[in-house]
Design a protein around this ligand. Structure first.
Ligand code: PLP
Length: 357
């Protein structure tokens, strides 16, 4: 038996979803395929509360993080950084040779709407990048409020790395004014890794049309991707197993109900926080703790490397800190298809192991 996944990606996958991925392939230029993609895309639109576009991408999320900045900025990007993943988005922007300014808060703090407003008031930018759920620190940024602020600047697009938040907490794409919300499927979508999805607003698509191919490249050109998507196809051969898996997962999400799914995540998050708040301390700024994963400090001064390895020997995978926080924090994911029983189980085992250290 492989260790059960309580790390923030890849996450636990249910057997029926795994089985769905293992179906015999179909041709990707057939009506059966178009029916599959069409069902998946409309399901994702419902989950993201959007009537605009959704694109599917055979890549990890990082491909779309790169695609976003290359397709959506003509002038200058404002990258907001609050941890390792948002820092990576800023680094990608730089590597792509785009004009940018980076605005970083102390790790563990959130990006507030006021901060975004003060930066945009300068009038220099046409694209904001922000992470919804900063997986390295356990901070969930106030996306709705940030969206409201960005709406005041009609030339500015809002691009959101929603990788570890999407499907664990609501993202009301149209109402909140999110131009791009991207995620890979191995986090709160609870599928195996290798595939990513994104919403794309009409405004974002319009912007991409005005950007030269030399900046966008071919594989991740939103205009080309969208054109294929209009026929319920992809430009090139997609990971058909992931579309089967998403189709199955969307049926399950429908059966549970979106609101119930989000409530389940909030409940798991509260239980995990209560369990360790006093003993270890929460790394996230109070009021901005994530619904999908918790990052604990180490007030108790225990050996976190030993903790993770003891847990692994008992068949539970938990995560030491990420990036600069390695060895200083530990993280427990409570996302995707994990349930309260799983959380109570892992917390019980953690108690035993900590006692024995
Ligand atoms: C996991 C993660 C990524 C990277 O996703 P990949 O699918 O590995 O490319 C990016 N951003 C956040 C917030 C993440 O949690």
């Amino acid at each position: 038996m492989k260790p059960k996944l309580f790390i923030p990606g890849p996450t636990h996958v249910e057997q029926d979803v795994l089985d769905a991925l293992a179906q015999y392939p179909i041709g990707h230029r057939t009506s059966d395929y178009r029916e599959l993609q069409s069902k998946v895309v409309s399901g994702i639109k419902e989950c993201l509360y959007t009537n605009q576009s959704v694109l599917v991408s055979t890549s990890s999320a990082t491909g779309l993080m790169e695609a976003g900045v290359r397709n959506l900025s003509k002038r200058k990007v404002a990258n907001f950084v609050c941890g390792a993943f948002s820092k990576k988005q800023a680094a990608i922007t730089k590597i792509c040779g785009l004009d940018q300014d980076v605005f970083e808060v102390e790790w563990g703090q959130a990006i507030t709407a006021e901060f975004v407003d003060s930066v945009l008031a300068r009038g220099d930018y046409d694209l904001v990048t922000v992470v919804f759920n900063e997986t390295s620190t356990g901070v969930m940024n106030p996306l709705q409020e940030i969206g409201e602020v960005v709406k005041k600047y009609p030339d500015v697009l809002l691009m959101v790395d929603a990788v570890s938040g999407m499907m664990g907490a609501p993202i009301k794409v149209d109402a909140w004014g999110v131009d791009m919300a991207l995620a890979s499927v191995q986090k709160a979508w609870a599928l195996p890794p290798g595939f990513a999805v994104t919403s794309l607003s009409d405004k974002a698509l319009e912007r991409s049309r005005s950007i030269p191919d030399s900046q966008k490249g071919f594989y991740f050109d939103f205009v080309r991707m969208h054109k294929a998507g209009e026929k319920s196809e992809t430009m090139v051969t997609p990971s058909i197993p992931h579309l089967y898996g998403l189709s199955k997962q969307l049926d399950k999400i429908n059966a549970e109900g979106l609101e119930n799914r989000f409530a389940r995540h909030r409940e798991m998050a509260q239980t995990v926080r209560e369990w360790g708040r006093d003993r270890f301390g929460l790394f996230a700024q109070p009021g901005y703790e994530s619904d999908t994963l918790t990052c604990f400090g180490n007030k108790a001064g225990i050996d976190l490397i030993a903790l993770a390895s003891e847990m692994k020997s008992k068949n539970y995978l938990i995560s030491g800190g990420y990036g600069d926080l390695k060895g200083k924090t530990f993280r427990l994911a409570h996302m995707g298809d994990l349930r309260m029983e799983d959380i109570n189980d892992v917390l019980g085992v953690l108690d035993e192991v900590i006692e024995s250290l």
